[in-house]
Every structure is written in structure tokens, then in C-alpha cells.
Design a binder for this molecule. Structure first.
Ligand code: TYM
Length: 328
């Protein structure tokens, strides 16, 4: 069975982009793969946070991921800081990552531009920690949205470089993204990706929000002044985004769906219905889990234990291959 690893930051609630771009893939492949899914709390510290904020967000995110269908008996769900080898391996890999390579990362450029007062060096070296996350688990596939593919490419380069410097240590992973939904755009600014840090709330659909609000956001989505329904992300980003969301939610090809619509109104209401249908069962499970906080904690404890076994073995292999002096 191939091994799958992916991570997500505990910053704000899960949104539709996270679900369609990544989390749905994680859930759908359970049972056929060995899955490690990590709440990357250390990554969240790369931008300033209030005391306690990241810890609370991590538990909420765990609950949401379980509600989306991650099954702790099939997959390993854990919090990054519970497995210290992530930070330790992160350092080893930082020393095998080029400054120039990090300087080319578009996520760093975007995020550092938003930080007016303080840009941490952690934000810059973040992709080396992400590489550590992935390489610790001998990962074959990394299911991510399109915005993370550059980081996975860098992870591959780091793995190849380390293997050639120190001998065969890491499996070289590959990124996988869904055909539809790999890049869900903001409903109000369809040339920006949907994100938690969007300018307005109305462009982002949160998994836990009131579903009448969800439907309204989709019906008010920005389109264009034409009337033709056509899948053209360059020329018609708003319409293409709706077709992409509808395609992802109903497992259809967005371009083929375009042929079934001649007006924006029906496209919007079908998209709203499809998203509501997708989110309803998730919200039901979410409210069940809210009544059962112990099951969330138990999943995270078991997850950290399982993840540690693999992470410790890989970390030891890396240290041995580098040839650091063993203790004792
Ligand atoms: P994060 O927390 O920003 O996003 C989690 C996952 O959701 C995907 N995603 C989207 N997909 C489609 N459309 C969108 N608008 C959208 N927004 C987010 C992301 O591509 C991602 O798959 N650096 C990572 C976290 C990370 C990680 C890892 C991922 C840390 N270590 C190791 C994979 C492997 C991040 O910030 O994701």
C-alpha cells in the first residue's frame, strides 16, 4: 500500500477550498492507502498568534477533520508538536535547503507582503519544515490543493539532495491534486484563492457556517457582465469558479457542465444546492462530535503514538546517515 501524508494549518475554520482541494481526497482514499494527516501547529506559529490560540484551533480543526470523515481507526490524525521529530528533522532539512530556493516560494512572497510589522525567519524557512513533515513518513503521495504544489516540488529536491549527500535516506514523494477543486477561488474576488485571510467573509465558505448563509454567498458570487456560461478560468474567473465548485461537489467535469447552462441564475442555485448537500452530513457529525470531546482527544493521542513510531525510525536513519555521534 502506498503511504499518503498531508498537513493543514489550525488557523480559523476549515473552508470549502480545504475540503475540495485536499481533505476530500484524504477521506476518499482511506483503506486503500496508509494515511498520516497532520495538524501543523508549528507552521501556524510562523505568523504572530495570541497565547492559547493555536492550541484551541488545533482541537477545533481535529473535530472538523473527523466530521469530514477521517476515520481514526483507518488513518493517523495527529498534532505536529506532539511528535518532536518534526522540528528536529526540520532543522536537518533547513541545512539542506538553499536560501535561493526558499526565496522563490510564492507563498512566502504573498504571506510576507501581508505581514506589515514583523516577518519571522520561520515564515521564510517554513518549506523545510513542511519537507520534514512529509519525508518523516516515507511518503509516496501528498494530496494537496494547487497552491501547495511548489512546496512539494521543493520537498522532492531536498530529498534528492539529501540522498545524494548522505546516501539513500528518504522516499521521494509526489503531489496529487483533484481534477476539479484543486484551486477554489474567492466568491467575491475570483482571481484570488479562497482563504481564511480573505478581505471579506462573503468570499469564503466555512464548513461550520449556517447553511442558509452558504447558499446566499454562492448566489451573490461575483460573475461578469456577459450572459454566456462557458468554462474559461482566464476570461471568466467567477463563472469558472462556480463550475469548478459544482463539478467538484458532484464529481462532474466543469467544462462539460457549462453546456447544461445558459444563464447564471440556475448555475448559482444548482451550485448552492450541491454545496449544501455536501456540507449537511459534515455539520451533523460536527455537532455529534461537539457532544463527545473525549473521542477527539483520544484520536489525537493514538495518532501521535502511531506517528511517533514511524517518525523516530526515519529521524534516526537520517542522523545515522549524516554520521552524528550517537549518545552514550
Ligand atoms: P493550508 O493549511 O493553507 O491548506 C490545507 C490544504 O487545503 C488546500 N487549500 C486549497 N485547495 C483548493 N482551493 C483553495 N482555495 C485552497 N486553500 C487551501 C491546500 O492546498 C492544502 O492542501 N503548507 C500547508 C500545510 C502543510 C502541509 C505539510 C501540506 C504543512 N506541512 C505537508 C502537505 C504536506 C498549508 O499551509 O496548507
Amino acid at each position: 500500500m502506498s503511504t499518503v501524508f498531508s498537513g493543514i494549518q489550525p488557523t480559523g475554520g476549515l473552508h470549502l477550498g480545504n475540503l475540495l482541494g485536499a481533505v476530500r481526497n484524504w477521506v476518499d482514499n482511506q483503506g486503500d492507502t496508509v494515511g498520516f494527516f497532520c495538524i501543523v501547529d508549528l507552521h501556524a506559529l510562523t505568523v504572530p498568534k495570541e497565547p492559547g490560540e493555536v492550541g484551541k484551533g488545533s482541537i477545533e480543526l481535529a473535530r472538523e477533520l473527523l466530521a469530514c470523515g477521517l476515520d481514526p481507526t483507518e488513518s493517523t490524525l495527529f498534532i505536529q508538536s506532539h511528535v518532536p521529530e518534526h522540528a528536529q528533522m526540520g532543522w536537518l532539512l533547513q541545512c539542506n535547503t538553499g536560501f535561493g530556493e526558499l526565496n522563490r516560494m510564492t507563498q512566502f512572497k504573498d504571506k510576507s507582503a501581508k505581514q506589515k510589522d514583523f516577518v519571522s525567519s520561520g515564515l521564510f524557512s517554513y518549506p523545510s519544515l513542511q519537507a520534514a513533515d512529509i519525508l518523516l513518513y516515507d511518503t509516496n503521495q501528498v494530496p494537496v490543493g494547487a497552491d501547495q504544489r511548489q512546496h512539494i516540488e521543493l520537498t522532492r529536491d531536498i530529498a534528492v539532495r539529501f540522498n545524494s549527500r548522505y546516501g539513500e535516506t528518504f522516499v521521494v514523494p509526489e503531489a496529487v491534486s483533484p481534477a476539479a477543486g484543486a484551486r477554489v477561488m474567492d466568491l467575491q474576488n475570483p482571481t484570488d484563492k479562497m482563504s481564511k485571510s480573505a478581505a471579506t467573509e462573503s468570499g469564503t465558505i466555512y464548513l461550520a457556517e449556517d447553511l442558509s448563509k452558504t447558499a446566499k454567498k454562492i448566489k451573490r458570487a461575483v460573475t461578469d457582465s456577459e450572459v454566456e456560461v462557458r468554462y474559461d478560468p482566464e476570461a471568466k474567473p467567477g463563472v469558472a469558479n462556480l463550475l469548478g465548485i459544482l463539478g467538484a461537489a458532484t464529481d462532474r467535469d466543469p467544462a462539460a457542465l457549462a453546456d447544461e447552462y445558459s444563464q447564471y441564475g440556475p448555475l448559482k442555485s444548482d451550485t448552492a444546492d450541491a454545496v449544501v448537500t455536501l456540507l449537511e452530513p459534515i455539520q451533523e457529525r460536527l455537532s455529534e462530535l461537539q457532544q463527545d470531546p473525549d473521542s477527539v482527544t483520544a484520536a489525537l493521542i493514538t495518532g501521535a503514538r502511531k506517528a511517533s513510531t514511524t517518525a523516530q525510525a526515519t529521524y534516526q536513519r537520517a542522523v545515522q546517515n549524516i554520521g552524528l555521534t550517537p549518545p552514550g
